[in-house]
Design a protein around this ligand. Structure first.
Ligand SMILES: Cc1ncc(C[n+]2csc(CCOP(=O)(O)OP(=O)(O)O)c2C)c(N)n1
Ligand SMILES: [Mg+2]
Length: 599
């Protein structure tokens, strides 16, 4: 058989360095699936349970490795299923290529079986590049452009391959004639630097500040050394946006941890008190946790000029790569010698540690989720890879897990969709089979899609040199994050019909799949559960029976939020008794302490 356009596509992907595709078959892509088979292992096809998961895995691959992630789905329903995962990648600026099938060109326009207008469907999510390969001679330039544009613009791109085109004879070179396009392979990220005069202006602002606060996000992920050197030069403190949690280790005394509703009070205080803000690689959305306008002079570094002065009116806007720009800025900065600002941050951190410990020690029915994360934090293995989900697990992990150098962390940041924790951990194991992956998620997210995706783990885990992949599931029988949001944002009580979840035996189910299943319903067993999971010779599910009445609120929430919470509780909240008596006593005391302190 001569080479098909599908074979040529796979060969081209290989030339681009792609070794793995996450996907699910269907007759709209039969010609592509069999072409993958004919690569004889050069491209590893990872079969998921649902196409959304393939897109999450492609997104996670990009987040964890800095490489392009690739997913593949059939025409119509398969393509539609990809969308949520692709939006996750788009909104967190990850390079992902989606390859989807389409009805045959002979049938297109005929309301044919599974014919969906995919160009329109993907127009927004793949707004940088989405094209149908309508002739085998176009395969080369469409795939080359889709990959290069995804990388150059850190975006999602889409290649649509009609069924018949995939099976036609390949045309690797369109010929030296009119109406042809001649593209090539290869892309490397450039050095991206602001102009010298702008660096000088930024240095002047930073040198004049005496209380400099940094806010670092995912854009600074590969600039840890540079951020530390700059912070040391300026005597600065640093807070981390959630996606930037792995940028700085938490054992540095000037690192205040995460920021915002999922953050720490030291971060909040630092932002309230600083005179200069330097934001690096972050679009952290919640302006109320940044300094008040006019309080601080601002400098921002972002690789994408579109993101500059987006959340705070900056005095100096520096379009540039974080590492490149910080290296260029450093020689212009004067060493600060006054340590009082950092001393204040460090003592604030010590106080916060006590509050964290107190929150985790609050008695709950049966398990206080904070304690699970406190105990895990003490045991995190070197180089582990962590994933979170939309749900309260992320509040706790954001606040309690102390990162060290070499660890990785990701979740769905801007889209904040439920469902990524499990597929992210799976993608991490494929990329780094020798590292421990830990997914932290809720029962709602597990019931939405995680339970199914554990079957994918059962299919593949024996391939991984270190079999440890651990799923912590907070079984609180509640869509708890939203129950709290309704109380705090709207002052509304919990509505059982929308919030209560059915129970499910997660640990027993794990055993059925051949994993270790650990059900924890006593606080004193938490440490042992983690020890057992971390020394297991197979995947592990820790099902923790957690108390939905433990407040997820950090003690620095606003007066209005605290008031809403109180209003909800005095209304008819079905859980009011548990919340008032057990869950939030400590936190409410801290809130009102904080409020009287500030007002
Ligand atoms: C796909 C999707 N649907 C709905 C939401 C809104 N949402 C955010 S968190 C959450 C509750 C998650 O519940 P669970 O997974 O049980 O975690 P918990 O908060 O209870 O710990 C919901 C419904 C979302 N973010 N994504
Ligand atoms: Mg839940």
């Amino acid at each position: 058989m001569s080479e098909t356009a599908g074979d040529f596509l796979m060969q081209r992907l290989t030339e681009w360095g792609i070794q793995r595709i996450f996907g699910y078959p269907g007759d709209g892509i039969n010609g592509l699936i069999s072409a993958i088979d004919r690569t004889e292992g050069k491209i590893d096809f990872i079969q998921v349970r649902h196409e959304e998961q393939a897109a999450f895995m492609a997104s996670a691959h990009a987040k964890f490795t800095r490489e392009l992630g690739v997913c593949l789905a059939t025409s119509g329903p398969g393509a539609i299923h990809l969308l949520n995962g692709l939006y996750d990648a788009k909104m967190d600026h990850q390079p992902v290529l989606a390859i989807v099938g389409q009805a045959s060109t002979m049938a297109l326009g005929g309301s044919y079986q599974q014919e969906v207008d995919l160009n329109s469907l993907f127009k927004d999510v793949a707004s940088e590049y989405c094209f149908t390969v309508s002739n085998p001679a176009a395969m080369r330039h469409v795939v080359d452009r889709a990959i290069r544009i995804a990388m150059a613009t850190r975006s999602v791109t889409c290649v649509i391959v009609p069924k018949d085109v995939a099976e036609m004879e390949a045309i690797p070179n369109p010929g030296h004639i009119h109406n042809t396009v001649h593209t090539g392979v290869g892309f490397s990220y450039p050095r991206i630097l602001p102009r010298d005069e702008d660096l000088q202006r930024a240095a002047a602002v930073l040198n004049e500040g005496s209380k400099v606060a940094l806010l670092v996000g995912a854009g600074a992920m590969y600039a840890t050394d540079e951020v530390i050197a700059l912070a040391d030069r300026l005597g600065a403190g640093a807070a981390k946006a959630l996606l930037g949690k792995a940028v700085l280790p938490d054992d540095l005394p000037w690192v205040t941890g995460t920021i915002g509703l999922l953050g720490t009070r030291p971060s909040n205080d630092m932002m309230n008190e600083c005179d200069t803000l330097l934001m690096i690689g972050s679009t952290f959305p919640y302006g109320e946790f940044l300094p008040k306008e006019g309080q601080a002079r601002g400098v921002q570094i972002d690789v994408n000029g579109k993101n500059l002065s987006l959340r705070y009116p900056m005095e100096v806007n520096l379009p540039g790569d974080a590492g490149d720009t910080l290296r260029a800025l450093l020689p212009l900065l004067i060493q600060k010698t006054d340590t009082s600002w950092r001393d204040r941050i460090a003592s604030n951190r010590e106080e916060w540690k006590e509050i964290d410990a107190k929150t985790a020690a609050v008695r709950a029915h049966p398990i206080n989720p904070a304690l699970l994360f406190l105990e895990l934090s003490r045991r995190l293995p070197d180089n582990c890879i962590l994933s979170g989900d939309a749900g309260t697990a992320t509040n706790w992990l954001a606040r309690y897990l102390q990162m060290r150098r070499g660890m990785k962390f990701a979740l769905s940041g801007s889209l904040a969709t439920m469902g990524p924790a499990v597929p992210y951990a799976i993608a991490a194991k494929f990329a780094y089979p020798d590292r421990v992956a830990i997914a932290m998620t809720g029962d709602g997210a597990m019931q939405m899609n995680g339970i199914n995706e554990l079957i994918t783990v059962a299919k593949y885990w024996k391939r991984w040199s270190d079999p440890r992949i651990i799923f912590l599931i907070l079984n609180n029988r509640d869509l708890n994050q939203v129950s709290w949001e309704m109380r705090v944002e709207n002052g509304d009580p919990k509505f059982d019909a929308s919030q209560d979840l059915p129970d499910f035996p997660y640990a027993r189910y794990a055993e059925l799949l051949g994993f270790k299943g650990i059900r924890v319903d006593e606080p004193k067993r938490i440490g042992a559960a983690w020890d057992e999971a971390l020394s297991a010779d197979r995947p592990v599910v820790i099902e923790a029976i957690t108390d939905p009445d433990v407040s997820i609120l950090p003690p620095h929430i606003s007066f209005k939020q605290a008031k809403n919470l109180m209003t909800a509780l005095v209304k008819d909240d079905p859980d009011r008794k548990g919340i008032i008596i057990e869950g939030t006593k400590e936190v409410l005391a801290e809130i009102f302490h904080g409020i009287t302190h500030r007002h």
